[in-house]
Design a protein around this ligand. Sequence first.
Ligand code: FE2
Length: 336
Amino acid sequence: MTFPFRYKKLGYVALNVTDLDRSVAFYRDLVGLDVTENVAGKLSFLRCSRDHHNIVLCKASEPGVKRIAFELESEADLAAARAHLSGLGLEVREVAEDERRALRQRQALRFVVPPCGATVELYCGMMYMAAPFSRRLANIERLGHVVLAVERLDETLGWIVSNLGFRVSDVVEGFAAFLRCHPNPFHHTLALVRTGGNHLHHVNFMVRDIDDVGRAFHRLQANQVDIVFGPGRHQPSESIFLYYLDPDGMTVEYSFGMEEFGEHGAREPRVLEPGPASLDSWGGSPASRFGKVGRIEGRRRELRDRERACRGRFADLLCPPMQLSCEEPLAEKCEW
Ligand SMILES: [Fe+2]
């Protein structure tokens, strides 16, 4: 099957954090990212590659994922994506010039994935930095993947595969799905886990050596970072993992090794038996805090709008089942 546009990679993730200085220090001094640029106490751009940014930290009133951005191979791919997404009836928003200038990106568009409310950005042409990533603390090779916890796994998975052209690498029956942004070769750049709500599950950085995982374990322990799972080995991707919490309680992962797929002739996705061994073939199990924190930005606004519409049309009769009140404060809006 030929899809209208081609992905290059997972480019960056924008995270909402409640204390910007504290989170910058964590991602710089413990995760090992380089800080590219700070913007007036509101934003920080960090990187683990020659890209201007792979993580954007945004000051906000509650932690969460603001958007997930994938880089496409070319401007022609972005034009094809624009036409394709508009043809689906999606609201496709062009990123304004002043924001693109601040992001050091040539072109970008955004839309919301309907079943889970996550904002996805597609872009091309991010500034290539003169200095290489420093690898001061860890040999981070790339921003690896993002995992979202979703209420409606099958629906979200079907929507992303049908409309965004992701390929399924594996599924854990009834529990998780691992997706790659074709033709990017890695087993997953996005994964979905079924839970009772829509939220961030974790953000991953892939490291070059198994020693990076071992050193991180001791570095994080020595700095009282909450390690919530691992070290262990995931059966689906065969990667060795370590999960820990950032200062807001959002889960971050280091992983070593991952199955890669050729552009053509890839194996069929497997349906893996659910159970602890699929999660960790070394026999470990996660702490209860694993993958729990990180609101999907926009989700609350969407629910509030639905509730208001409901009140407007049917008074209060139909509203009680909805869980959020109109008075509940929205996450502090950060324009970028
Ligand atoms: Fe992961």
